[in-house]
Design a protein around this ligand. Sequence first.
Ligand SMILES: NC(=O)c1ccc[n+]([C@@H]2O[C@H](COP(=O)([O-])OP(=O)(O)OC[C@H]3O[C@@H](n4cnc5c(N)ncnc54)[C@H](OP(=O)(O)O)[C@@H]3O)[C@@H](O)[C@H]2O)c1
Length: 243
Amino acid sequence: MPDLDGKVALVTGGTRGIGLATARALAEAGATVVLTGRDEAKAKEAAQAAGAAGGLALDVTDAKAVAALVRGVAKEHGKLDIVVANAGIMEDALLGMIREELVDTTLSTNVAGTIHTVQAAARAMMRKKTGAIVVLASIVGEYGSAGQTVYAASKAAVANIARSAAKELGRSGIRVNAVAPGVIETELTAGLSEDARASNIGSTPLGRLGTPEDVANAIKFLVSDDAAFITGQVLGIDGGLVL
Ligand SMILES: NC(=O)c1ccc[n+]([C@@H]2O[C@H](COP(=O)([O-])OP(=O)(O)OC[C@H]3O[C@@H](n4cnc5c(N)ncnc54)[C@H](OP(=O)(O)O)[C@@H]3O)[C@@H](O)[C@H]2O)c1
């Protein structure tokens, strides 16, 4: 099991789903974890459930708030080793039904929010010339999906945030990778119809949908020293769905 003893980690969007499972996995591996959500009470409750050191309010669309929070966490804990830019939203819309507001909200949360988080993380990690960042892409961003043009565009951007930041930050000892989950059972996918669930399971060689822990365990590996020579990768966690 990757040993994260002594590491300080921040997980955005840690109040439920993949973010909560990731915060718990990193804490169980020995890291001091701070998680965030838009509502402070929910973040504190999730932090307690995950065994995290703290839960803070943060809207990742607010660049100044992201910068201040990341600086604050690094100051309070003396450093910042790991950042998981997990906060994200998904709303489906066929092309003819896409509203301007959906484009704005999705891009400002998934794309701008991830950029703000990676930028703030890089600034905090630069001084010690070491760190590991993971961002949340999606198989939809890699392969596309009918009814998900906006979400797919946002997640393709996230994968390229990882690749570009990895190229830029490698010489500073900072690794940046993305995970690209398939269909994971969280609130985000709770609206899937029974037909869609069955169809996804039928197309998945491993014969099931993913769990938040499936993704959390891959993230735990990517941020650990076991992945010391891995950067700029987009790791599929999809049970083979895209094969
Ligand atoms: N589930 C899947 O099948 C799947 C597949 C591929 C990729 N992903 C990606 O994995 C990530 C987590 O997904 P999930 O399934 O765990 O989703 P989820 O259960 O809906 O959780 C999303 C998290 O993001 C937070 N969040 C949303 N908007 C935010 C904002 N503006 N600022 C700060 N936090 C915000 C939410 O916190 P609050 O609401 O408490 O603020 C919540 O903690 C997302 O980036 C998603 O796109 C998921």
